[in-house]
Write a protein that binds this ligand. Structure first.
Ligand code: BGC
Length: 779
């Protein structure tokens, strides 16, 4: 899209200079605003035309039956789908009786700017109605990062000719949505998911309260307005079940303006009464009113200033990547900032793709970025997982396992995947959650969190692993019949990624209960149990093919027939849409980084030579039919010395949405791939790893990048790393001295005592090839 001539490359914003209706839905995702609780897609103010109208409240969803041709024991019976809640964005405009609709008349100019420092979406346009009357419309929108329930718009119309205007500012529930699902049961629920409970319009204030039928969630939305215009300006409000409206009329002489400030508040609850949610939205509005529009903008800016001061990434040599990484970090922050004990969905709150579900994407890709830049939101996201432990325990019990089995995809904590080979069998999600706990605790030293949340998650997942695996007669521990990250190999034995992650999970659980004996005992853990976990971890099987000298993705993988790539046409990707799973499962073809991800997440389990050989082996088999792959391949390519290839993979991760590389940005942004952009830079070219209480760096820049600088939060301190081709400088911006590693050099960095180290030159290596037509685009 940005490669589209109407998108401009700039360091701190995304600017659209022309409105192209063919990419309207994509731009709605790109321009989405969210704070992790409320999400507004970048729909035009007047509501139409639209690609996909979208207003989301994190956690608000409906349940529907999951259809199976042949059901089986333990298949989830209900699916969960995010719903489009009451739209508070809509402001319609009539210019001398003609609706302002960009499909009619003439759009003289159009610009939208997503400002990544201000956290605002600004729109400016000039439109001439079919009857020849011209107006200038500007709007500025925010979803507040500081006042969690609040979103606001300032809408201004300037008359170029003398005009009579009517503005309708609305709350609209049960909007008509474009059909996306062929399943009538899903659409039946989604068609009108909100049952009216109460509506009100009083002067400039509007309110609608609805509830969902099956999940029984109550959703309240209220709006308040400040109207400024010439003396002729009048307003009145009215309300029905699904629409509450403030209508403003005014006659403007050329040059005069009508200004509308609209503040919207949202709340939802499964348990709170109608008066309680009503009061909550009214109270939130009162709070926002006292802050005022300018106050909300100032708070937004301050919040983001703090974020960028802890997180910014600077790049010299590639303006497009500079823009893309800030865009990526902004959206990842938006997805998690105020989620507060709710999930972070794989699309954030930018679209309804994947039904609004959360996957391992959160813990594996999103939380590492947030741990190093906005750690509070990580604790909240993991507390949400903890809150879903009752459902996870029940699921484990249903599956005949001990402890807890977290769902592969979910909104409410129950398993939402109807395809068990790539759902329930992907047990690695449990270790991914555990890994996020381990990383968060070691990077922040948050002992309260460790005690209150960490212990329970680690213990219950360790129990699950111990009961899922078994010792063979020689004592080796195996985890059979599971699916690793590569969804083109299912129900495999001893998947290396899964086993190494489970091993770390088991060990961390044993360690944590040693530190928190009381909490461990409360969960019924005794010495015998922790000893069993340690035994299993020590005896964990890690399949290795001695004949060819590489790790097997899972036992027997390297013996399988290699996929016939030569006979596969470029338009047959993604393979899962053109070939049966059974055929994919029995061949060597990798959907997304799996063994390569194991090397990134558990680096201590591989030596340098193994990493290089493994990477070379798996590259020609990996087709990247998932957006989660490129960033991991970038990190490992950089580590083993293929900097050019790493740079190309970085480009793919970074431009996934800005260039709509998978043609599905309309459904929402790929939040994990966005987070991967940062990981490819910090973990790839910065070579940052964090294990055993120490941040280690092995910087190396690709030829095109002259400079890479980034700031991360380590143990409450801000550390800035600046890398040029020849040297890396480590600067501590606050706090007590910090021990760091630069390659093999261990040293301490203190405030005002930056440390500079040489960047060694890497030996040249020939980069491996990818399957035909699957190489990343050359940058
Ligand atoms: C990937 C999964 C991922 C899911 C949601 C799938 O295509 O294979 O690993 O969790 O998308 O992003």
């Amino acid at each position: 899209m940005i490669s589209h001539s109407s998108y401009v490359v700039e360091p701190w914003c995304v600017r659209e200079t022309e409105l192209d209706l063919d990419v309207l839905a994509q731009s709605e995702s790109v321009f989405a605003l969210s704070n992790g609780h409320v999400g507004w897609r970048g729909n035009l103010d007047e509501g139409e035309p639209h690609g996909l109208p979208g207003s989301y409240l994190n956690g608000v969803h409906e349940r529907h039956p999951l259809p199976y041709a042949e059901a089986g024991y333990g298949y989830p019976e209900a699916g969960q789908t995010v719903i489009n809640v009451t739209n508070g964005k809509i402001i319609r405009l009539l210019v001398n009786d003609e609706p302002f609709d960009v499909r009619y008349g003439r759009l003289v100019s159009h610009e939208r700017v997503l400002d990544l420092r201000a956290g605002l979406l600004r729109r400016t346009c000039e439109w001439t109605s079919p009857a020849g009357c011209t107006v200038r419309v500007t709007s500025t929108r925010l979803v507040s990062l500081t006042q969690r329930s609040i979103a606001a718009v300032v809408y201004e119309v300037e008359a170029v000719d003398d005009v009579r205007l009517v503005v309708q500012s609305e709350l609209v529930a049960n909007e008509q949505l474009p059909r996306t699902s062929g399943d009538p049961r899903v659409s039946a629920v989604l068609d009108s998911p909100l049952q009216p409970e109460e509506n009100q319009a009083l002067n400039n204030r509007l309110r609608l309260v609805h509830s969902t039928s099956v999940t029984g969630l109550r959703v309240a939305v209220a709006a308040d307005h400040v109207v400024e215009g010439p003396p002729s300006t009048r307003s009145f409000s009215e309300s029905g079940d699904d629409t509450s409206r403030l209508t403003v009329t005014s006659s403007l002489a050329a040059g005069e303006k009508l200004r509308l400030e609209k503040t919207v508040s949202y709340s939802w609850s499964q348990v709170r009464s109608l008066p309680a949610v009503r009061d909550q939205v009214e109270a939130a509005l009162a709070g926002a009113r006292s802050t005022g529009w300018q106050g909300l903008c100032d708070e937004q800016r301050e919040y983001l200033d703090v974020f960028w001061s802890r997180a910014d990434v600077e790049i010299d040599g590639d303006a497009e990547i500079q823009q893309a990484v800030r865009f990526a970090m902004f959206h990842v922050l938006q997805a998690g900032a105020r989620a507060e004990q709710r999930a972070i969905p794989s699309k954030g709150l930018t679209g309804s793709g994947y039904d609004g579900h959360s996957f391992w994407d959160t813990e594996t890709f999103v939380l590492p970025l947030l741990t190093l830049t906005s750690p509070d939101s990580v604790a909240e996201a993991l507390r949400w997982r903890q809150a879903t432990l009752p459902a996870a325990r029940e699921r484990a019990h249903q599956l005949g396992l001990k402890g807890a089995a977290f769902p592969w995809r979910t909104i409410d904590g129950s398993e939402g995947s109807g395809y068990w080979p790539a759902g329930t069998a992907a047990f690695h999600i449990n270790a991914d959650i555990a890994d996020a706990v381990i990383l968060y605790v070691s990077l922040t030293g948050d002992v309260d969190f460790e005690r209150e949340t960490g212990v329970e998650i680690l213990v219950e997942t360790a129990r699950m692993w111990h009961s899922l695996g078994h010792h063979d007669p020689h004592g080796k521990f195996h985890i059979d019949g599971v699916t690793g990250p590569d969804e083109y190999s299912a129900i495999a034995d001893d998947n290396v990624y899964t086993n190494l992650m489970a091993q770390a999970n088991l060990r961390a659980a044993a360690d944590i209960v040693e530190r928190h004996t009381k909490e461990g005992a409360a969960l019924g853990v005794d010495d015998e149990e922790t000893a069993a976990w340690r035994d299993a971890a020590a005896a964990m099987t890690v399949p290795y093919d001695d004949a060819i000298g590489v790790h097997e993705q899972s036992a027997g993988f390297t013996r399988h027939q290699v996929w016939d790539f030569a006979a596969t046409q470029p338009d047959q990707y993604p393979l899962m849409l053109h070939f049966p799973y059974f055929d994919l499962y029995r061949r060597q073809v990798v959907k997304q980084a799996d063994l390569v991800l194991a090397m990134v997440k558990q680096p201590q389990a591989f030596d340098e030579e193994q990493k290089a050989r493994n990477f070379a082996y798996y590259e020609p088999l990996t087709v990247r039919d998932s957006s989660l792959s490129a960033s991991t391949q970038a990190i490992m390519a950089a580590e083993v010395g293929h900097l050019r290839l790493a740079y190309d993979y970085l480009g793919e991760a970074a431009l996934m949405d800005l260039h709509d590389l998978e043609n599905n940005t309309r459904d929402g942004l790929h939040i994990a791939s966005l987070a991967g952009t940062w990981a490819a830079l910090v973990g790839g070219f910065g070579g940052m790893r964090y294990r055993n209480g120490c941040a280690a760096f092995a910087p190396r820049l690709p030829e095109k990048l002259r400079r890479l600088a980034f700031t991360v939060q380590v143990r409450g301190r801000r550390l800035r790393v600046e890398i040029t081709g020849a040297a890396a400088t480590y600067t501590l911006l606050d706090g007590e001295p910090l021990e760091l590693r630069h390659y093999d050099d261990l040293f301490t960095v203190g405030i005002d005592r930056p440390q500079t180290r040489k960047v060694p030159t890497l030996p040249a290596r020939t980069a491996p090839e990818q399957p035909p037509s699957r190489s990343p685009r050359h940058r």
